[in-house]
Design a protein around this ligand. Structure first.
Ligand SMILES: Cc1ncc(COP(=O)(O)OP(=O)(O)O)c(N)n1
Ligand code: 3NM
Ligand code: MG
Length: 220
């Protein structure tokens, strides 16, 4: 099993998701800014339905930056490419390669996360199979992904009482609405537009998310 850098209900952490399409030069700058803003655990390159050549070029440029900052680098969907590029891990959804096949291809050290929508059954299945994290969402309407299932924050609380496997909350998360997910038990906040479209830039966004995390942690 790979090591997601937040096992054991420690301080919740940020998990950045790339925009679905990027201009690599512009995004490299935004990425560096975001990582300068404060604690980030993971970055998922999610160039949705983009050609492999683009994903390879982006990985080659961005992965060393993530590595330098101590941020795990995951690919979305494409397990074969993840293996070829020796990234830290991959995120698979219910319509992607099944978890067990992904694990067989990537080996025991890769981080593999699984989309579980709002389903306790999917989460139990993924957790029992060995997933490093389960992702619940969408908690809020997302401008990044049109078709989502509405998730209830209650599932985060249920999961944190059921198991130590980390949960990732996703979908329309912003600095303004993150608190309820943290209070409900999310181990990670997976955020795309809430960081890249933040009014004063991605550095301020990451700093602001970390302030919300600190506020919730100190109020416990
Ligand atoms: C952390 C995280 N959680 C959920 C998803 C969604 O994955 P999936 O359902 O496969 O949808 P796509 O992202 O592939 O459109 C995710 N990518 N990351
Ligand atoms: C990639 C993704 N998956 C979701 C799910 O519900 O499974 S929501 C989502 C989009 C995340 O981007 P934003 O933070 O901009 O909403
Ligand atoms: Mg997918």
């Amino acid at each position: 099993m790979g090591t997601v850098p937040n096992v054991g209900r420690e301080r919740p952490r940020l998990y950045l998701i790339s925009p679905p399409e990027i201009d690599l030069d512009t995004f490299e700058t935004a990425f560096r800014e975001a990582l300068a803003g404060g604690d980030v655990a993971c970055f998922q390159l999610r160039l949705k339905d983009r050609p492999a050549t683009e994903i390879i070029a982006a990985t080659k440029r961005l992965m060393p930056i993530a590595e330098q900052a101590g941020v795990a680098f995951l690919l979305n969907d494409d397990v074969e490419l993840a293996r070829e590029l020796t990234v830290d891990g991959v995120h698979v959804g219910q319509d992607d390669m099944p978890y067990k096949k992904a694990r067989a291809l990537l080996g025991p050290d890769a981080i593999i996360g699984v989309t579980c929508k709002n389903s306790k059954h999917l989460a139990m299945t993924a957790g029992e199979a060995g997933a490093d994290y389960v992702a619940f969402g969408a908690f809020f309407p997302s401008t990044t992904k049109a078709e989502t299932v509405k998730a209830d924050p209650e599932i985060l609380g249920w999961w944190s009482e059921t198991t130590l496997i980390p949960s990732v909350a996703i979908g329309g998360i912003t600095v303004e609405n993150a608190e309820i997910l943290l209070k409900s038990g999310a181990d990670f906040l997976a955020v795309s537009s809430g960081v890249w479209d933040f009014e004063s830039g991605p550095k301020d966004a990451v700093a602001a998310f970390n302030q919300v995390i600190d506020k919730v942690m100190t109020s416990w």
